[in-house]
Design a protein around this ligand. Structure first.
Ligand SMILES: NC(=[NH2+])NCCC[C@H](N)C(=O)O
Length: 410
């Protein structure tokens, strides 16, 4: 029997297929004036970031992981001319030029491109100068003269973790929090709907990008077949968590609990996975700064009640909650930076707690976080280090840069 294209019932089951995106031309449109808006802290050097990304992909391939690329899947999904027109309509509507005459010029321009070039162009972004001058410009275009783009670049695309997340055999196509990332989840919408690898399986969609409340994959951890943890963060709202919990309980069946974990709303801790990831059946990495006095936190256990209601119980001890939901007697929270407060803060900033497990006890991490890596090894984990000078400038690590599509069940 053909295997289902998606299967994620844990954070650590042997990784079989992962979705990545190699940084491309979109990185070259990062300029100081718009760094903050585009969610970068510095400008990566394109050939170097690509080399590092290839190193990361090779490390996964060497371990037998099938690597598929977002741009290639998206191009294949819009191969058909009619679907391509639908995609162009959507992308133009969601771009800033949707408000001006550049809208029409852009649509004409994009319609002439091959599927591959269309996807690349949309990801790269487009300068107004590329289309302007063909017809008279609108008031909107004129008033916003200094802004260079009619289609904003999408430099965060290499963080494939965030715009969508697989849970069980279904997917959450996320409503992104920041304007700079809103359009990213459109690619996954088209891939699930029209790419033959997925479309024939009629993949259930647990949450959709047209919802009001934001939800991002960096906040979503599939702890087991039955339990999903979701960060209440700068990017993911409580309402969204309740809505996806409702949808999982009624449609996924296997999922019985959603654990909502509140984290500080700061740039350094933007998603739950920047401070907390699972590395083995009974081990997690953690940035100690998210624990309050005596290790207390705000945690909410959400469970189904009656037919459509939700039962919410407040908890305050992360360790106890994890032991309970994973049904293990002992569990270790491994501190980022080995517990040294300076090393923890420095290495967390460069994603020291953001590990990608490719099997129980085997994780991919950034080489620069040598203290955290040492610590992980001292707990018996196998640590595969990857290059990280340029990749880290986008504020995301190996987990953020990967969207697992298929893991073996534990
Ligand atoms: N899962 C994650 N932690 N992703 C990190 C994404 C970083 C990206 N620059 C952003 O701000 O959105």
């Amino acid at each position: 029997m053909k295997r289902h294209p998606l299967n994620i019932t844990s954070e650590i089951g042997t990784l079989k297929t992962v979705l990545l995106q190699r940084p491309g031309g979109e990185i070259e449109y990062l300029i100081p004036d718009y760094l903050e808006k585009l969610l970068f802290d510095d400008i990566p050097y394109l050939p170097a970031i690509q080399k590092e990304h290839d190193f990361f992909a090779d490390a996964l391939k060497q371990r037998g992981v099938e690597v598929v690329y977002l741009d290639e899947l998206a191009a294949a999904a819009v191969k058909d001319q009619q679907i391509r027109l639908e995609f162009i309509e959507d992308i133009v509507k969601e771009s800033c030029a949707g408000n001006g005459t550049a809208h029409f010029q852009m649509r004409d321009y994009l319609e002439d491109l091959s599927p591959e070039r269309l996807i690349r162009q949309v990801m790269n972004g487009m300068l107004k100068t590329a289309v302007e001058g063909k017809i008279q410009r609108s008031l909107y275009d004129r008033l916003d003269e200094t802004y260079p783009f009619c289609l904003d670049p999408m430099p965060n695309l290499y963080f494939t973790r965030d715009p969508a997340a697989v849970i069980g055999n279904g997917i959450s196509i996320n409503k992104m929090n920041r304007a700079a990332r809103q359009r990213e989840s459109l690619f996954m919408h088209y891939i699930m709907k029209y790419h033959p690898r997925f479309s024939s399986s009629h993949v259930p969609v647990w949450y959709n990008r047209d919802r009001v409340h934001s939800l991002e994959g960096g906040d979503m951890l599939v702890l087991s077949k039955e339990v999903v943890a979701i960060g209440i963060s700068d990017r993911t709202s409580r309402k969204a968590i309740e809505e996806i919990a409702q949808s999982l309980f009624s449609r996924n069946r296997a999922v019985q609990k959603v654990v909502a974990i509140e984290i500080p709303k700061t740039r350094a801790f933007m998603h739950l996975d920047t401070v907390f990831t699972m590395v083995d059946k009974d081990k997690f990495t953690i940035h100690p700064a998210i624990l309050g006095p005596e290790g207390k936190m705000d945690i909410y256990m959400i469970e189904p009640e009656n037919d459509s209601g939700l039962k919410v119980t407040r908890r305050d001890n992360l360790l106890d909650v994890l032991k309970e939901v994973l049904q293990v007697k002992d569990l270790v929270l491994i501190p980022c930076g080995g517990g040294d407060p300076i090393a923890a803060a420095r290495e967390q900033w460069n994603d020291g707690s953001n590990t990608l497990a490719i099997a129980p006890g085997v994780v991919v991490t950034y080489d620069r976080n040598y203290m955290s890596n040492e610590t992980l090894r001292s707990y018996g984990l196998e640590v595969i280090e990857v290059l990280s000078s340029e990749l880290a400038r986008g504020r995301g690590g190996p987990r953020c840069m990967s969207m697992p599509l298929y893991r073996e069940d534990l």
